[in-house]
Write a protein that binds this ligand. Sequence first.
Ligand code: PBG
Length: 334
Amino acid sequence: MSECYRLNLTRRPRRMRRTASLRALACETEVLPKHLIQPVFVIEGEGAPEPIESMPGIFRLSIADLIKECRELVTLGISGVALFPKLDASLKSDDGREALNPETLVLRAIRAIKAEVPEITVIADLALDPYTVHGHDGLWDAAAQDLANDATVEVLAEMAVLAAEAGVDIVAPSDMMDGRVAAIRAALDGNDFEKTAIMAYSAKFASAYYGPFRDAVGSASAAGTHSLDKRTYQLNPANRREALTEITLDEDEGADILMVKPAGPYLDIIREVREETELPLAAYQVSGEYAQIMAAAERGWLDLERCRDESLLAIRRAGADMILTYFAKAFAAR
Ligand code: PBG
C-alpha cells in the first residue's frame, strides 16, 4: 500500500458535483420560460395549421389559432411572440407594397392578439422579405444589384408606425439597413408612439442557417433558392469587430434591445456584446439550429430534450437575456 501513489489535493472541484442539491447550489445559469420568445408564422384564412416540412413541430397558424397559441404560451410562462406573416404569392410584389397596407395580415394579427391576450409581448419584424417577389429584405435596385438603403429605411419607418398603431409592443427591424433604428425611433416618436420599443437585429449574419425559415415564409420559393445572397447587407460570418460596430451604432441610434443572430454558432459574439453594452441582449436561435437538432433526434442520433435544453443554456451562459427560439413552447411545457 505504501508503494501506491497518493494524491494530496486541497482543491477538489468535484466535491460540489457530488449530489443533485450541491449541483443545484453551484449552478450559475438558468433558462426559464420567461426568458423565451416564440417565433410564430401566421397565414390568411381559417384553415388548419400548416406543417412546415423543414421545421417539424412548427406550423403556420390562422389568426384564430394564433390566439389560442398565445393563450397557451402565456399559461406556460412564455414572455413573447415574434410574428412572421406568410403571404399568398399574389400579394407579393417587386416593391413589397403590401407591407404598407393598413389591413395587411400581420397588422390584423397584432390587433387580434392585443385584444384577446394582452399580457403577451408582441414583437413585429420589420423587413420586406415576406412581401417582395425577390425575397430580399428591402427595395431591390436592379441596376446596382443591391438593396436601396435609404429608400428601404423610409418604408421600414412607415411599417413601424403601422405596427405601433395596431398595438405592437416591440418592433424588430431585421433588415440590416444602415440608419434604420434612428429613422424608426424618429417616426415612432413623431407619431406619439414613444412607448413602442425597438429590438434591433444588430449583429445579423449572412447565415446558411436561415434556410428552413425561408421555406416557412415562402421567401425562398419567391427567390427560387434557399441560399438567397444577402451578403451586401447582412454581416460576414467572419467578422467580430464589425459586429461590435453594428451594436454600437444601434445603441447610439436608440435601440432598446440588441440582438445577435444566429445564436449557437455565434456564442463568442453574444459574450462580447454582453461585455460591451448595458442594454438587454436578445439572441435568435434560428430555424436551421432548430432543424439540426430535430433532424438528428428524429434519426435517434441525439437526445432531443437534452440537446434542446443544452443549446438554450449555452446561449444564456454566453450572455443573452432573452432567446427567440422555436423550442420555446416545448421547453416551457416540459
Ligand atoms: C428576414 C428574416 C430572416 C429570419 C428572420 N427575419 C431570414 C433572412 O434574413 O433571410 C430568420 C429566422 C430564422 O431562420 O429562424 N428579415
